[in-house]
Design a protein around this ligand. Structure first.
Ligand SMILES: [Zn+2]
Length: 394
């Protein structure tokens, strides 16, 4: 190969390496000199973090609870967000902090179904199970209990609405794979607003049932296009925006923070208050893909949804905001950053979940209840206590 051709190939490789804001670095690490890859990423989607004031009355009555779950979001994922966003995130204003342990009934390493059921229903169950205990008995969720106590309820996600975490708040089935069964649980009086993907589980079903007319009979306004969302300002809303999961960020646009604000806007019209679960579903998928670009973008987008919730809570004064995860994914560690440039370097140690305990951040009246170290099931108990709901008779 002549010299000019060689030069051309080398410069092309260099360009490829430095384009797309991502760069990889190889390190020899540990006593066995194992090669690990550091991924350095600079996000073009930083956001300004407006100041959020501490609430004036920390002992005010808690009328609303907003639970935001970063799926797969460990402490390193949160810090990747800080490092990529000028050392600032809205999460910093939820400054009552704790940690929760994620093991399930049958595994030290949980999946999203068991962890979701622990957070939503306060019960340790087996991996893969949704809204049932390890003997298959139905356990009621905080969303269902809130509805029975006259509150409005909602779920906002970036995955199919029938996926493990949202399903744990609404459905009851032995396996997270039963998405057709899970969809049927959304045709319910106990949920008022749901926004996400998963249209096929309602309208393209193996049993040829079409659940869309059934949703409408239940009073849901059904929308299937993002641009239709703003036309709905009250009542019941079923927004099924994709046949399956939503795209990753930035392809899907600002649908997560916008849907969070939309759901709050609709649910806050209920004078008895509301419960809302918002999930940054794809932080987990970025960890499974060991893709640091994907991870940082999903983390920043999730933080913008946190911002929407905190801005409402700051004005409202009767809203408790809880931010946590169901587990960590990727065994991520953060190794370097240049805050001025916005570049950050992360390394993944696995493409699976890890068992490490995950952070809890809380803001608003009753937030101090979430400090300390405890099991994931305690999040449910603490929400019950915050709402002053009577303990459920087991
Ligand atoms: Zn996962």
């Amino acid at each position: 190969m002549n010299l000019s051709k060689l030069f051309l190939v080398l410069s092309l490789l260099l360009i490829l390496n430095f384009s797309f804001g991502q760069e990889t670095k190889k390190y020899l690490q540990g006593e066995y000199n194992k090669e690990v890859t550091g991924q350095v990423y600079t996000s073009p989607h930083q956001h300004k973090v407006d100041q959020i004031q501490a609430i004036a009355h920390p002992n005010a009555e808690i009328r609303n609870v907003i639970l935001l779950i970063g799926d797969g979001m460990g402490l390193a994922q949160v810090f990747a967000g800080f490092s990529a966003n000028n050392d600032e995130l809205y999460i910093q204003y939820a400054n009552q902090t704790g940690f929760q342990k994620t093991k399930s009934k049958n595994k030290y390493k949980t999946d999203s179904a068991a962890a979701g059921t622990a957070l939503a229903c306060g019960t340790k169950t087996n991996n893969g199970a949704i809204g049932v205990d390890s003997d298959g008995n139905l356990v009621p969720s905080i969303l269902e209990i809130a509805s029975e106590n006259g509150k409005a309820t909602g779920v906002v996600v970036t995955c199919a609405i029938t996926h493990a975490t949202p399903a744990a708040f609404v459905a009851h089935t032995g396996s997270r794979k039963n998405t057709a069964d899970i969809a049927k649980f959304f045709v319910s009086d106990k949920i008022d607003v749901f926004i996400g993907g998963g249209l096929d589980d309602f309208s393209q079903r193996a049993d040829n049932d079409d659940l869309i007319p059934e949703l409408q009979e239940k009073g849901f306004q059904v929308v299937t296009k993002t641009e239709e969302l703003h036309t709905i300002n009250d009542g019941k809303l079923a927004a099924l925006l994709k046949p399956g999961h939503l795209e990753k960020y930035p392809e899907r646009g600002d649908i997560l923070p916008q849907s969070t604000a939309k759901a709050i806007d609709i649910l806050s019209k209920d004078k008895d208050g509301f419960f809302l679960m918002v999930e940054g579903s794809q932080i987990d998928w970025a960890g499974h893909d060991m893709d640091f670009t994907y991870l940082v973008e999903e983390m920043l987008d999730f933080d913008r949804a946190v911002g929407a919730a905190l801005k409402f809570a700051e004005k409202d004064g009767h809203t408790l905001v809880i931010i946590t995860a169901d587990h960590e994914t990727g065994g991520l560690s953060i190794h370097d950053a240049n805050l001025a440039e916005g570049s950050v370097e992360g390394r993944f140690s696995t493409d699976n979940h890890s068992t490490i305990m995950v952070p809890v951040f809380a803001y608003g009246p009753g937030a101090e209840l979430f400090t300390g170290i405890y099991e994931n099931t305690a999040i449910f108990q603490k929400m019950m206590e915050s709402f002053k709901f009577a303990k459920e008779k087991k």
